[in-house]
Design a protein around this ligand. Structure first.
Ligand code: ADP
Length: 252
């Protein structure tokens, strides 16, 4: 019998009873007020909701970048609360990928050097398997002829594609993207969203993206709608009208 480690868990990430409170007493802000959520592997999930509804806080708690006040987060089968700071840093570095609004590429390195940086930081050899993965990712993201350019010689959309490639080649269990199109014009946004979707469809990755843009959410398979720090709806392939209705209901 052959064994496989591919997708052994039915959820890529899950949160139970997640609470994040800032401040105390009368000044307390309940950024997350008890969130239960499961992120499916091999799918593109968008987190949406009005400004201040807790989107970034939820993403940061799921990605181990922020510590919840209460509740549990399990990512790739690991309970984050059980990790000390060093173990959490290693887990994030080895298992998770991040794409931020501001690209966060190192300006003095070429696109290729930026892409392999996480592997090198983790002390992992860029072996044959890694090279195949890099070629595959670079090919799918259409970056082949841009690899020797520095970020300053690339457009915003190309820089964000390099950032996505960097997250993907490290073989992350989940790629977390926080408003990845926030700094891009509509053409570059379309490009970046298509690439995120292709990385799910063609490379089998799991992507969780915070966005406040309806057009961006339209690329996702699932949409988690937050309102006042709670999950208002968890929709699968919602129509535009369905999504608008849930978002508007959350504002009232
Ligand atoms: P969103 O991403 O949906 O705009 P956030 O997760 O950023 O929402 O914030 C949720 C709530 O928590 C908001 O009311 C916000 O003002 C508050 N908040 C977020 N971060 C902090 C912080 N560091 N200190 C105090 N309040 C915060």
């Amino acid at each position: 019998m052959t064994t496989t480690t591919f997708q052994t868990t039915s959820t890529a990430a899950s949160a139970r009873g997640l609470v994040k409170t800032y401040g105390r007493g009368a000044a307390a802000v309940h950024a997350l007020a008890g969130v239960d959520v499961d992120v499916a592997p091999g799918r593109f999930t968008a987190i949406m909701g009005p400004s201040g509804s807790g989107k970034s806080t939820l993403l940061h708690c799921l990605a181990g970048l922020d510590q919840p006040t209460d509740g549990s987060v399990v990512v790739d089968g690991v309970e984050l609360a059980g990790l000390d700071d060093d173990a959490l840093t290693r887990f994030r570095r080895d298992r998770l990928g991040f794409v931020f609004q501001a690209f966060n590429l190192l300006p003095m390195l070429t696109a290729r050097q930026n892409i392999v940086l996480p592997l090198e930081l983790a002390g992992r050899r860029v072996d044959e398997a890694a090279r195949v993965r890099i070629d595959e990712v670079v090919d799918v993201l259409g970056l082949s002829d841009r690899l020797d350019h520095r970020p300053g010689e690339l457009s915003g959309g190309q820089q964000q594609r390099v950032a996505i490639a960097r997250a993907l080649v490290a073989d992350a269990a989940i790629v977390f993207a926080d408003e990845p199109t926030g700094n891009l014009d509509s053409t570059a946004s379309t490009e970046v969203l298509s690439f995120l979707r292709r990385s799910v469809r063609e490379l089998g990755r799991t992507v969780v993206m915070v966005t406040h843009e309806l057009d961006a959410a339209a690329y996702a398979d699932d949409v988690i709608v937050l309102a006042d720090g709670r999950v208002r709806a968890h929709l699968t392939a919602p129509s535009h009208d369905e999504l608008v209705a849930e978002l508007q209901a959350g504002v009232r």
